[in-house]
Design a protein around this ligand. Sequence first.
Ligand SMILES: [Mn+2]
Length: 449
Amino acid sequence: MIDQISPIYVLGHVNPDIDSIASAMGYAWLLREKDEKNAIAARPGPITPQTAWILQQLHLEPPLFLADASPRFNRIARPLPPVTPNRSLREAWSIAASNSIGVPVIDADNRPLGMVTGASVFKFISRQIDSLIDLNNVSVAKLLSVPCCEAMDPDVPRFKNTMRICEGHRRVMREERNDFLVTHDDGTYWGVCRSPDVINPPKMKIILVDHNEISQSIRAMDEAELVEVLDHHRLGTQSTRIPVPFYIDIVGSTSTLVSERIFLFAMTPPPEIAALLLAGVISDTLILNSPTTTSRDRIVVDNLMSIVKSSGVLPFKNYLDFGKELLTAGSGMVVASVDTIIQTDLKIYETAGFKFGLAQVEVGNLNELIARVGEISTGLDTLCQSKGLSFALLMVTDIVRSVSRLLIEGEKDKLNDLPYAKLPDGTYDAPGLVSRKKQLLPAILALFE
Ligand SMILES: [Mn+2]
């Protein structure tokens, strides 16, 4: 039985590429299948055209979109059955007593009117005592037979189910009440929550795949509980309260690491998952051509390809044909907007007290760049200002010829010592440069050591 209560989100980096999506979906599958964990693949941003293409080929839905890792009121709301206002106080009281929590009262349109709580009933009885002259003639039975709305507290604060719990924190701290109403966005009743849960909400459990740097992770990651890391990038992770599984290895893709685990447990992924992981390895290693490629990536590609081929889930006979189709599905610099070109695969790094951005785009031919240099440079400049970056760099990579062209804006002087020749159009020629992670980033970091 899969534990449905506390989901574990498996999450790649912002601006997720195929490897981030594939490794999240593949690892979530493994955790559900092998460990019966309620693992849910998620993504902190929109998918790329390349990812959209492969998901469509495989008839798979993109993973769940998560805007941030801050828990919402729906995490702590209990969907208690409500009562209507004309039900007797006796009835409401017995429900409250059996649940040890107030009873929500709703109108005919499902909107909460208030709650019957211990305190509200106490106030009601006090009012009766104050207003009645001859107490001897009033029985408890009579008091309890009034419509429950007469004894409810109509001023119980309401919180929307999609609201961040942290935003309701102060309000709840100021309150003497213990129970609160949670509504849908349209104001209809959803459930009831209690103050201890608001003050100390359960954290979202998150497994990071394909990244471990907080600046590349989902927003409000500091509010979440990091439960595991599976990655192939440099270290830059947050600290944890307790030890967590942490696995980083120098292979071409996180999809490689996920596939190796699946095979290690002698399991066979469904052909769709195998094909997706194959796409992850192939796109991250540029069809096994990037200098990040290892023999382990090649073995994984062979194993995945044989599953894909025998299942017929994709119409390709070998990984090369598949790879070419996959990589061209993503390129389109000629028609893409400047924003798409810069933002689709942008990573922000922090080092030595300053921030910078490295974006990468793959093209079939560097000539696609010629007509766009001016507007892309302006776009990079805007990016520096809006994100407070020292400099922003776009790496335009010709995947077929293994060469890149660099566009740099911001404090260019900082990068004077990079070993790339400046061309007349202001871009830099970088033959042999294809990997941001393994070639460009270390070269940049070395300048500031
Ligand atoms: Mn990757």
